[in-house]
Design a protein around this ligand. Sequence first.
Ligand code: FPP
Length: 215
Amino acid sequence: MDGNGRWAKRRGLPRTEGHTAGEENLAEVVRVCASRNVGWLTVFGFSTENWVRPPAEVKHILSLHKQLFGRVEELNANNVRIQWIGRPFDEPGSKTPGFIQKAIVQAIEDTAHNTGMVLTVAFDYGSRAELLRAAQLSLASHQIDQAVSTQEISSHLYAPSLPPVDVVVRTSGESRISNFMLWQIQGAKVYFTERTWPDFDVNEIDRALKLVHAR
Ligand code: FPP
């Protein structure tokens, strides 16, 4: 969800306002995607690298996560089940504060009965951390000379039930791939747009979805 900061800067607003607009837009994107029968929507909410941002910005982004995980009524109205991927709370390096842990656990529980779209929020997530952990867990369950298989790595990812990605969306003119779902995006289409995340609207969603069936 790139470009919150740039969206705010263009309007002469503090970066935090851009993140607030980004969270509001995410709620709208979830609604539209659910209405388009998208099965799985996975968003990069906070990376393992984001902790070094200015403390006030981190605090603000965390409060927006609490807000998003608290949108249970809307999620239920749209039959959306929430799940989370990221460094497990009790793992070395995890910095996830207690109030976010609680919000995540509660949102998962409160939407567990929904049968429609699965919204996966990546929080304290990094693909390299995920793959390192999957490799270590695979090796730990092995005899010394056994080779690790791709199936084993897949089964030790944070959310093994996530299907392969159809389309990666990169907003705000970013033309590179980031530390996001590197294992899962093999073969995915990539939708690049100049639009900043708060301006990523229904027309953009439909253009990205068209790629799913494009050759
Ligand atoms: C990128 O914008 C966005 C983030 C670092 C993550 C925060 C995302 C949100 C608050 C949107 C709502 C999402 C959730 C899950 C609550 P940037 O700061 O990199 O913007 P820039 O690239 O313009 O500087």
